[in-house]
Ligand binder design. Structure first.
Ligand code: ZN
Length: 201
């Protein structure tokens, strides 16, 4: 079982990814020549005054999502339904913190179309805080970026470590910051404006 993975954010806070979220994402690593891209949204909490974020769970590919070797296009409604349920059942503490997808390359980096998609999200999605987070799961490395509201370039996050300690401190801690109802999280369509025929990774 993977211990939680923790990244350091630019503001000094940490982005922790729970064992459960890692297990889901790593089950879609594109190891085989025929395996397709996968992805989904990341759902988590703002803890410790809002600087540390814990990704509790992620959605995986759902029926209707389109998957190919170099492309993943998810539907909005089915993923939003999971987000709505978590938001409601957590008392407005679990919210939308970003997106993840896989790449068929060892050490992944965002494609041009990924960057377009991320830029659109930090403009249009409804989210708490100032950043969204983006994870790409490669064949050997899992990398994370953050992107500030309205900005054009993501920043890659550095590894903080695989910490058992943060599990006790945060990941098993049931609390998260309560987010105002008028900031109900909404993730928009992924890749809906992507041009046809691009060989996107
Ligand atoms: Zn990509």
């Amino acid at each position: 079982m993977s211990p939680p993975l923790v990244f350091l954010k630019r503001n000094g806070g940490r982005l922790g990814i729970s064992t459960e979220a890692l297990r889901t994402m790593q089950s879609y690593v594109q190891r085989e020549p025929g395996s397709h891209e996968a992805g989904g949204i990341m759902i988590g909490r703002y803890v410790d005054g809002g600087e540390d974020i814990v990704v509790d769970l992620v959605t995986g590919p759902l029926p209707g999502d389109r998957r190919s070797r170099f492309r993943f296009h998810r539907l909005k409604r089915s993923h939003q339904a999971v987000l709505d349920r978590e938001w409601r059942e957590s008392g407005h503490t679990r919210t939308y913190v970003g997106e993840w997808h896989t790449h068929p390359e060892p050490d992944p980096s965002p494609s041009g179309i990924d960057l377009q998609d991320w830029r659109r999200r930090v403009q249009r999605d409804t989210f708490h805080g100032e950043e969204l987070h983006f994870v790409i799961v490669g064949q050997t490395h899992l990398r994370a970026w953050e992107m500030t509201r309205g900005s054009h370039q993501p920043t890659r996050l550095t590894y903080w470590g695989r910490a058992e300690q943060i599990v006790k401190t945060y990941l098993e801690e049931p609390h998260g910051e309560e987010i105002p109802e008028d900031n109900r999280p909404v993730s928009e369509h992924a890749a809906s404006e992507r041009s046809q025929g691009t060989n996107e990774a």
